[in-house]
Ligand binder design. Structure first.
Ligand SMILES: CC(=O)[C@@H](O)[C@H](O)COP(=O)(O)O
Length: 272
């Protein structure tokens, strides 16, 4: 590949010991059917798929087995999640079962503290992360955009943080971009993934332009009218946002600045 062609693609990146080309992490729930899920995941080019031990994946409950077989056959990295847990104890038990069931030490730690807005419980999340890291798990904690909670998670050993964009399934995008920027600036080396609340491809681009390392989403793809087309749209948006970040985004200015600089005498005056 020559140098110009190389600039068409994102640089590869590393997370939890894996080198990946895609920065889009995808959920496996809420799709109208297992085959739609398969096509959407394939076209998204995602290399990490999150699956729940406690919840259904695509389609009806009896489609669960079929969905799981499809995901296994895709040969991607599986990120089991603890969705449905409301305490550290519940999440730890779920993570331990998931490690056996899925044969991976990766865990998306999700401890819900409020059922109405599905906000993560920061206290229980930190408690569970500490135990799981000691047990050798690679913890991907779903957290809010609070800097101090992020610091506590790092203190107990988290190398990845997954702050929310906004509430799960809300599609509201980035509620607090300034908070997300603060986390990015405070932890320049940590792997940071936006998890939840992404509703449109432009939200995903915005997060990538802030320098986030990846995006995890589910509802906006699975619940769209055409999940396969939408998965492709999100792939492109994540790639575009990352390319823009790597290219160096221009600083906003308070005043106009001519994009065509005027140098010397305008050419028509030369004939005066
Ligand atoms: C699939 C999963 O793990 C979700 O809990 C995740 O947080 C994605 O949220 P959205 O459905 O809002 O994209």
């Amino acid at each position: 590949m020559n140098d110009v062609n190389k600039k068409e693609t994102n640089e590869s990146w590393e997370i939890a010991g894996k080198t990946l080309s895609s920065r889009l992490l995808i959920g496996s729930a809420l799709y109208p059917s297992p085959s739609c899920m398969e096509d959407a995941i394939t076209i998204s080019k995602s290399q990490i798929v999150t699956v729940s031990l406690r919840r259904a994946t695509a389609g009806e409950n009896n489609d669960n087995k079929q969905s799981w077989n499809i995901i296994k056959d895709l040969g991607l990295n599986i990120l089991p999640n603890t969705a449905g847990s409301h305490s550290a104890k519940e999440a730890i038990t779920t993570a331990r079962i998931a490690r056996e069931a899925f044969g991976t030490n990766w865990i998306k730690l999700e401890v819900i503290g409020d059922q109405y807005n599905l906000q993560p419980d920061p206290f229980e999340t930190v408690k569970a992360a500490e135990v799981l890291i000691k047990e050798g798990f690679e913890v991907f904690p779903y957290t809010t955009d609070d800097l101090v909670v992020s610091k506590r998670l790092v203190d107990v050993g988290c190398k990845i943080l997954m702050p929310w964009g906004s509430m799960i399934g809300s599609g509201k995008g980035l509620m607090n971009p300034d908070n997300l920027k603060a986390i990015r600036n405070y932890f320049p080396k940590l792997q940071l993934i936006i998890d939840a609340g992404i509703g449109k491809p432009s939200h995903a681009s915005q997060a990538m332009e802030l320098g986030y390392d990846g995006i995890l989403l589910n509802s906006a793809i699975a619940l769209s009218q055409d999940p396969i087309k939408m998965a492709n749209a999100f792939r492109l948006a994540v790639e575009a946002g990352r390319l823009a970040y790597e290219a160096g985004i221009m600083q906003e200015r308070e005043f106009a600045n001519p994009s065509t600089p005027i140098v010397g005498t305008p050419f028509w005056h030369q004939f005066d």
